[in-house]
Design a protein around this ligand. Structure first.
Ligand SMILES: Cc1cc2nc3c(=O)[nH]c(=O)nc-3n(C[C@H](O)[C@H](O)[C@H](O)COP(=O)(O)OP(=O)(O)OC[C@H]3O[C@@H](n4cnc5c(N)ncnc54)[C@H](O)[C@@H]3O)c2cc1C
Length: 463
């Protein structure tokens, strides 16, 4: 049942009248500021005159769990603990390392809670997590949407493309593009006893904690991108001051540091899109750059969330429109001049130097520049035995290696390579009417030699 435009009640259970606290289960919005779920939890706790406990758990068995993803999440834990304590809120972090670790933490914490608040996120494992907690709890569970600047509920059906959602966003934006109020708890929970194991995370312990988890150790932590709101804000400041002024041109040049590289901070919720948008709007950058950036951060990003919210097939080719289904049927049997296995693609062993460089950037750093990411996806379609294999390969590689993977933008970006949110182009083999991109022509639009060279050294993105 919908409570308001951001909050849904996931069951009809009564509030526990003997509770000691309200519980906020933090999953996707790993921050204190501009977090509607936290705001809602604080308000409910104050209304019930109870303290608030915030719980964040990290399991070892979610799909693609690796040293890279674990490290990025753990890097944000210590600063959150300190920041919550300063607000009088007990923050509990628990790392479930393997099958021997304690389980059912939410059930234990739920016994003393009046109600549970959690994050409403439209894809990956989160909808199923939320459904399960709501089913197993005897208290109310509320899911709160703090994903975009505009609540997802303002768009009540799947939008066809950017041109259909853009005018709707334009009409609503003024109402939502404002700083959020700071809420404070009236009853402190610092020092409160809780029935839940806890993992103390400090910077010097992260490597050993990660090593002790039963996860994929072959995907190493990023040497460039480090988790946490403090690190995200450092990147945001540098972006706004040094990169944004030329963003409208620089963003299409993978050979230089021309975009914000904030997608991983957005994915894990270390930064809110609202904080980024307000910082961009307050800058002295030229209007063309501000507009170009907000088009990506708001229109494109919120279109992806809209797709995953309303299209139950978002993680398959069934999400594609009728014109793509038709053209794929017509070209399914076209000869593919090059076909590479998943292992060859993963190792970056193709005939195409630019593609291999993009793959190396992703494998080594956990990110891939947007411009080459489009080319990367298009070429996997060209080099796979079928559209289905291409889709599975792209989802697997993107979600395994990219810090910003497993996100609405992951599925929308990959489906875009197959024609989602795009229009029909000129007919050609394999692609049919789906837009095609070739390395030789794409590589002429920027200094591809410099990018390929950089991908061999992989230091900070080139200046
Ligand atoms: C095959 C493919 C896979 C992709 N996988 C992902 C993914 O896993 N996670 C992810 O966040 N993005 C994905 N994208 C979209 C886009 O490539 C990234 O958002 C962008 O490269 C992030 O870099 P940035 O933060 O420097 O972007 P900037 O250019 O600085 O843009 C700012 C923000 O706007 C949003 N944004 C930018 N471009 C897009 C876009 N095309 N669609 C939706 N939102 C956008 C992102 O949140 C980004 O952080 C994918 C695109 C393709 C073609």
């Amino acid at each position: 049942m919908r409570i308001n435009e951001r909050v849904i009640s996931l069951n009809d259970n009564p509030v526990n009248g003997n509770a000691r606290y309200v519980l906020y289960r933090m999953q996707m919005y790993k921050r204190l500021d501009d977090n509607h779920a936290l705001i809602y939890a604080i308000r409910r706790a104050n209304e019930l005159k109870l303290p608030l406990v915030v719980y964040e758990g990290l399991k070892y068995y979610y799909p693609w769990a690796s040293d890279r993803i674990h490290t990025f999440i753990l890097e944000g834990v210590e600063e959150k603990r300190a920041a919550f304590e300063a607000l009088g809120i007990r923050y509990v972090f628990y790392l479930q390392r393997d099958t021997d670790s304690a389980k059912n933490t939410i059930a234990s914490l739920g016994k003393d809670a009046a109600l549970i608040v959690t994050d409403d996120y439209p894809c990956f494992i989160i909808p199923e997590h939320n459904r399960r907690i709501a089913e197993r709890s005897s208290i109310p569970v509320f899911a709160v949407d703090s994903n975009g600047i505009i609540p997802m509920s303002r768009f009540d059906k799947e939008e066809y493309a950017a041109y259909t959602i853009r005018p709707k966003i334009d009409k609503l934006l003024d109402r939502y593009l404002k700083p959020l109020p700071n809420e404070t708890v009236e009853v402190s929970s610092v020092g409160i006893e809780i029935d839940c194991p806890e993992t103390l995370v400090t910077g010097d312990k992260i490597a050993s904690l990660v090593a002790a988890c039963d996860i994929d150790h072959s995907v190493e932590p990023s040497p460039i991108y480090h988790g946490g709101t403090i690190e995200g804000r450092r990147r945001l400041k540098r972006f706004v001051e040094e990169i944004l002024p030329d963003y409208d041109k620089g963003r299409s040049k993978p050979d230089r540091d021309g975009s914000s590289r904030l997608s991983s901070y957005l994915h894990f919720g270390f930064l809110s899109p609202l904080e980024i948008a307000l910082a961009v709007l307050e800058s002295d950058a030229p209007q063309e750059s501000i507009n170009a950036y907000l088009e990506e951060l708001i229109v494109r990003r919120e279109l992806s969330f809209n797709m995953t919210r309303h299209n139950p097939n978002y993680d398959s080719l069934a999400a594609l429109p009728a014109w793509v289904q038709k053209t794929m049927r017509e070209h399914a049997d076209d000869e593919r001049p090059f076909v590479y296995s998943l292992e060859q693609l993963e190792a970056g062993e193709t005939h195409d130097e630019l593609w291999n460089a993009a793959q190396s950037e992703m494998v080594a750093t956990g990110e891939m520049h947007n411009y080459v990411r489009m080319l990367w996806g298009k070429n996997v379609i060209a080099w796979s035995p079928s559209y289905e294999v291409a889709f599975e390969t792209l989802v697997h590689l993107n979600n395994k290696y990219c810090l910003d993977g497993r996100d609405p933008n992951s599925y929308a970006g990959i489906l875009w390579c197959f024609g989602k949110h795009d229009r029909a182009w000129f007919e050609r083999p394999v692609f049919g009417l789906i837009r095609y991109m070739a390395s030789h022509s794409t590589g002429k639009k920027f200094d591809s030699k410099k990018y390929i060279e950089w991908a061999r050294t992989l230091s900070e993105p080139p200046a």
